[in-house]
Design a protein around this ligand. Structure first.
Ligand code: AMP
Length: 603
């Protein structure tokens, strides 16, 4: 192989195993001619799904070329496909979207009418996901040597799942993956040894799961070479769990017995083989480190051999970078992949780069990718000007431009708008690399929740009904994702106007009810995070003085905003604005209890 790509030159200097060479060669192959891989993928998808009800509608008549596909098949959103998805979920087994049977639905964290979106998936998709996973360590090994000499402490969890009325499982993609034989019966690989046993990962009680995973991580602290979770928020939750539970964990270690809070039989059984004897020295060490006020650098104190954190800190997760830096003493953060319930997309070929420089290379074999040039006039304007012929192919995107990702999958999504905005930063061989810019329409996000402007508006409306009789109104509001505390929570700033035009007085009791009413109005992913996962704290409303939002406008105008076009930002994060708002707060109120949530869908 000629040495002319950065990956290949690294391969030459690193000691690369045969398995890694194979994976790296595959990446080279895929990225050298992404256009022909894409043509092949589309041909395969259209050929195998030509008899589906969906594709038959567009009279492709067996033609599988891109030009015909682009001219006949419309670009769609989830709402457009909802009738088909509903029929499949109700049990219609005819080939509606896919000729291969839909084996389950993956519940996306994106929502439709307040409920999680259901993404169809087929059996073989598991192989595609696993293929992408299998590329991660070979790339990492080029940058960090010796990862086979120790273990990874990864906090991995399954979430609750349900069945659709037609009997198909509906669960998050990672729950589906961890419960599959692909994960459970994975062959031994020295580069992928985890401290967490499968029994702990697969326990659906997140508290027992976390306890057991943390305990194993502590017992094996010198072996841990990398530490991670899927998203940054998950890793911070683990740190917070340690803050709250280190005494109990240290007690287990000092006595060599497992806490009675662990009652899951599979975990108990497995832990009896891991926690076999008391370790007084380790227990004392932990008490010494954890009882200190200052937790700065705690990760490297407890796990001194950690070379990097493996967490996604791009997109909405970037808000956690400073906190992670604080706890880890500035360890590198590797963002290794970019994926979704609809399809896995790509990998980061320079995983040790700074978070701000992360670009993902889309693997052209995963699905058929198109790119809708993104209009900067705002999402609404882009929506109005959707020109289906303007979509660009993977190989033809231009550096510096932004696009919305549109995919066609083996499982039957055709020209489906994922909702992610990506910017092209460069190329690896001939494959473009993308920086994740943002999720369209998402205002607030703490973890996997995504709250849009319409949802926030509805929640404010519903809550303000609680004092409408009093003649008081919310005249302006904005919001903020507070992530300095763990778990993070939503903060909503309200400016109120009473009947007599003054700042209205609403009782603490009613304000607390307003907080809860807002939570009840938010989507099911938010409520699940609050109720089942405890990954979001109680919603807070901060009432600000009258005139605060006018000051906000003055500030924006002083910085060049047009007075005619000024709109109140419905979400803020810019420090001077936060400081202005916080300096005007007259009272703060929290949700007093949990909103309703159950794994079953509302409709
Ligand atoms: P879900 O459908 O719930 O699995 O969420 C998938 C979405 O999470 C993607 O469409 C992105 O918006 C976001 N996401 C996934 N991976 C990344 C990443 N590496 N960086 C930023 N955002 C990501």
């Amino acid at each position: 192989m000629a040495v002319d790509s950065p990956l290949q030159s690294r391969m030459v200097s690193a000691t690369t195993s045969e398995k890694d060479v194979k994976a790296l060669k595959f990446i080279e192959e895929m990225t050298r001619n992404p256009d022909s891989v894409q043509e092949k993928v589309l041909g395969e998808i259209l050929t195998r799904n030509s008899n589906t009800e969906y594709l038959k509608r567009f009279d492709l008549n067996g033609v599988v070329d891109r030009k015909t596909f682009k001219s006949k098949v419309p670009v769609v959103t989830y709402e457009d496909l909802k009738p088909e998805i509903q029929r499949i979920s109700n049990g219609d087994r005819s080939p509606i979207l896919s000729s291969h049977p839909i084996t389950e639905f993956l519940t996306s964290s994106g929502t439709s009418a307040g409920e999680r979106k259901l993404m169809p998936t087929i059996e073989e998709d598991l192989d595609r996901r696993q293929l992408l996973y299998s590329l991660l360590m070979p790339v990492m090994n080029l940058y960090v040597p010796g990862l086979d000499k120790g273990k990874g402490l990864y906090f991995l969890f399954v979430k609750s799942e349900s069945k659709t009325s037609g009997g198909l499982p509906a669960r998050p993609v990672l729950t589906s993956y961890y419960k599959s034989d692909h994960f459970k019966r994975r062959p031994y690989d020295p580069y992928n040894v985890y401290t967490s046993p499968n029994e702990a990962i697969l326990c659906s009680d997140s508290s027992q799961s976390m306890y057991a995973q943390m305990l194993c991580g502590l017992l094996m602290r010198h072996e841990v070479l990398r530490l991670g979770a899927v998203f940054a928020s998950g890793l911070l939750r683990a740190i917070s769990f340690l803050q709250n539970n280190w005494k109990e964990l240290a007690r287990d270690i000092s006595t060599g017995t497992l806490s009675s809070r662990i009652f899951d039989p599979a975990i108990k059984n497995r832990m009896s083989k891991i926690l076999t004897k008391p370790d007084q020295e380790l227990a004392e060490f932990l008490v010494g480190v954890c009882s200190q006020e200052n937790w700065e650098g705690i990760i490297t104190k407890i796990w001194p051999n950690t070379k990097y954190l493996d967490v996604i800190v791009t997109g909405a997760m970037a808000q956690y970078i400073p906190t992670l830096e604080y706890y880890s003493g500035g360890l590198p953060m590797a963002c290794t992949m970019y994926a979704s319930s609809e399809s896995y997309f790509g990998i980061n070929l320079k995983p040790m780069c700074k978070p701000s420089e992360v670009s993902y290379t889309i693997m052209p074999n995963m699905a058929y990718f198109e790119f809708l040039p993104h209009n900067h006039d705002g999402d609404g304007a882009a929506e109005a000007s959707l020109d289906e012929t303007s979509l660009v192919e993977l190989a033809n995107v231009e550096v510096g431009k932004e696009y919305e990702l549109v995919i066609t999958t083996y499982a039957g999504l055709c020209r489906y708008r994922v909702g992610d905005i990506l910017r092209v930063t460069g190329f690896h061989n001939s494959a473009p690399q993308f920086k994740f810019i943002r999720r369209k329409n998402v205002l607030l996000s703490i973890e996997s929740d995504k709250t849009d402007e319409a949802e926030l508006q509805k929640a404010v409306e519903n809550a303000s009904r609680l004092f409408a009789e009093q003649g008081t109104r919310v005249i302006e509001y904005t919001s903020y994702a507070e992530t300095k505390t763990i778990p993070g929570h939503y903060v909503i700033y309200w400016e109120l106007l009473g009947r007599d035009q003054s700042n209205a007085l609403i009782s603490e009791e009613v304000m607390a009810k307003c907080c809860l009413e807002m939570e009840e109005s938010l989507n099911s992913v938010y409520r699940q995070s609050r109720v089942a996962d405890n990954s979001i704290g109680p919603l807070e409303i901060r009432v600000v003085q009258n005139g605060t939002f006018e000051e906000l406008m003055d500030y924006a105008i002083s910085r060049g905003a047009s007075i005619n076009q000024y709109k109140v930002p419905r979400c803020v994060s810019f420090t001077p604005i936060m400081e202005l708002l916080d300096s005007r707060v007259v009272s703060a109120h929290f949700s007093p209890s949990l909103p309703h949530w159950s794994p079953e869908r509302r409709r």
